[in-house]
Design a protein. Sequence first.
Lengths: 376, 393
Amino acid sequence: MDIQFTEEQELLRSSVQRLLRDRYDFDARRKIVASEDGFSRKHWAEFAELGLLAAPFSEAGGGLGGGPLSTMIIMQEFGRHLVVEPFVETVVVAGGLLDQAGSDAQQQAYIADIIAGSKLWALAWTERGSRFDLATVTTTARRDGNDYVLTGEKTAVLAAPWADHLIVSARTSGHRHDRGGVSLFVVDRRAANLDLQSFRTIDGRRAAEISLRGVRGELLGREGEGVAALEACRNRAIGALCAEAVGAIGELNDATLDYSKTRKQFGVTIGSFQVLQHRMVDMFIAHQEALSLMQHLSLSLSDDEAGISRLASGAKSKIGYAGKFVADQAVQLHGGMGMTDELNVGHYFKRISSINIQFGDPAYHVLRYAQLDAVA
Amino acid sequence: MELALSPEDAAFRDEVRAFIKDNYPAEMRVPNPETDLSKEQMLLWHRILHNKGWIAPLWPREYGGPGWSITRRFIFEQETTRAGTMPPLAFSVTMVGPVIYTFGNDAQKAKFLPRILSGEDWWCQGYSEPGSGSDLATVRTKAVRDGDHYIVNGHKTWTTLAQHADWIFCLVRTDPAAKPQSGISFLLIDMKSPGVTVRPIITIDGSHEVNDVFLENVRVPAENLIGEENKGWTYAKFLLGNERTSMAGIGRSTRYIARLKKIVKAEIPEDDPAHLEFIRDIARVELDVLALEATELRVVAQMARGIDPGPAASLFKIRGTEIFQDITELTHRAIGNDGLAIREHPVSANHFMPGPDYGHTASEKYLNSRKLSIYGGSNEIQRNIIAKAVLGL
C-alpha cells in the first residue's frame, strides 16, 4: 500500500507547496500570529483562489471532488508550514458536517461561501467535564417555532474568535451522557445572547469559551443524531490532523538532521555521536510509520470503509505518540536553541502538543481503539 | 520517607518547618513564582533568610554560613522545597559565593561575600556561548590584559535572569595558545560596565528567563580575576560539583504530584477508563520519586560519614529532570481541553484563562520543563559522565 498520486493530486500538492514556500515562510507566519486578528484573511483568500477550500467537497456540491486524499495532501503541507488559518475547522469539520448532514437549503446557503473563502466556521462540542466524549452534552436546545433556542456553556472552541458561524452540539432530549438526544445546530457567531471569552492557544492560535443564554440555532441534520454525525466528523478531522502532524514531524526530522550535521561540539559534529544517531534513527522510523498510517487512514476515509472509527482512533493515538517523541527529541537535540521562541522547532513542538489534545489525546484514542475491538 | 534523625536534628527540622510557616511571604505565592515575580519580590524571602542567618547553608561559619552539618543542610533543603518556597538565587549563593571564599583573595571576599548574603548583589552566570554548550571548554570570549585591566570581548548566552543582575561571573579565554581547558580564567564583571549589553531570549513558554549577554571591549579591573590566570576551568568544575543532590528535586516533584492527584480527581470521573490510566501513571512516577529519594537519602547518609558520591551524583540530575518532565506532562494531559490555553506574557491579571486555577500554569510548565534535560549539562552529557567516570567505559 503506497499512494501513487494522480496527476491532479500531484498538481494540488505542488501548487500548495509553491504557495506556502512563497507566502508562508516562518517569518510571515510569525507576523500573522502576532497580528491583532491572529490569522490572515489575505492568505485565506489565496487558499480560496487556489481552490484549496473547494478541494475536498464533491463536484455536485461545487467542490473539486478531491475527498479525504486532497485534505491529506493540503494538511501535510500546512503542517510543514505551521499554517494557523482554520482549514480544519472550516473546511474539514464544518464543511464535512454540512455536506453530510445539511439539508439542500443549508448546503446551498453555506458551502458556496466556505469554498469562496468568505465565511469561517468553528465547532463547539466540548464542555467543562466532557473531556473527549462527544456524547457528554449538557447544553440544551428547546424548540421554538422553526428554530431552536440554545442554552449552555462550551469550552475550548478553536477558531471561534475568527468564525462567522458555529456548529453547536446541544441536548434535545435524554440525560448528560446519553448518546441519543444530542443534536447539532448552526448558530450565528454574532448572535444575540452569545458571549465569547477568547484566549490564545499554546500553538499561537485563538480559541474561546462560549456562553449561550437563549441563542437561536437552526437544526443541522436530524434531531437526536448529533453524536453519530460528530463521530464521522471526528474521523475526518483526525485524518486531517494526522496529516498535519506528519508534515510537522517531517520538518522536525529534517531540521534536526541538518542541525546534527552542522553543530559542532568536542571538535566533531554532534551527528557523529552514536547515541544521537540512534535517536534520529528512531525519529526516522516514527516518521515512516506515521506517514504510512496517515495514508492508510486517508485511503480508508476515501472509501468510507467499515471500521473507520477504530482505525481513526488507532492512527490518532499512534501518530500522536510518534509526534510527541519526535518533538521532544527535536527540542532536546537542538539544545537551548530548541527552547527558543526564535527558532521554528519549538513551534512545531507546540503545534504537535495542540494536535494531541484536539478531538482526543493519544491515551484516549488508544483506549477507544481497544474498546472498539471488544465491541466487534 | 525520612532520614533517621537524632532528637536534636528532629528539633531542628521542626524549627525550620515552623519558621517557613510563619515567615514565608504571602506575596511570593503566585501562580508561577519563576516567571511572575519581580526582582524585589524574589528577594523578599532571601532577605528574611539572611536576617535569620540561614541564607547560605553551604557556607562555612567564618563567611556567614550557619555552620550546619551535611544532615542539617539536607533537612533545610528538604523542608524548604517541600514547602514550595522559592530558593535564593543559586548563581549568587550556591555558585559564585563558594568559588569566591574558596579561591578568591581577602579583598574579594570582603567586597563580595557580604553583598551576596544580603541580596544587594544579584549574580548571573557567564558560561555558555553560542558555540560552547555541552562543550564548555571551548569558550571563546577573550580577555586580554591591558595594564591593570582586562579587555573582554565575547558573547555569552542562556544567561539566566541576567536582566536583574549586578554582576556576572564569566569563563574567559586568557591564553588562546593553550589547550582548551588550560587557557581559561574566571573573571567577575560588573554588569554596569560600558560595553555590556543584555538581550532577552524568549522561550517557548513565552517567558523571559534567559538572555544573551554581549561583551564589547569591556574594561574589567584585573583585581576581579579569581585565583590564578588560566586556572578558571578548575574553579568552574568545583562550582558544578556544588549542585549535587539538589538536582533531584524531590520536594518539588512531591508537591507537583500531590497537585496532580487533586487535578485528576477533579477532572476525570472514576468511571472514565482514563481515570485508571492516570492512577497507574501517577503511581509509576511516584515510585520513580520514591526510588530517587531513597537513593538521595542513602547518599546523604554516606556523605555525612565522609563518603562523596563523586560523578555518580549525575544520576540525580538525569532522573530528577526526567521525573519532573513526566509530572508536568501528566498535569498538562490531566486538564484535557484546557491544555490548549496558555497565559500571555507578561502576565496580566485581566487576561482570561479557561478552567479552574489549578490548570492555568500547566501549559507553560509543561513547555518550560523541556529545558531541564538540556541545561546544566544535558542529560546525554550526564550519562557520558557516568559511563566514563563511574563505569570506566
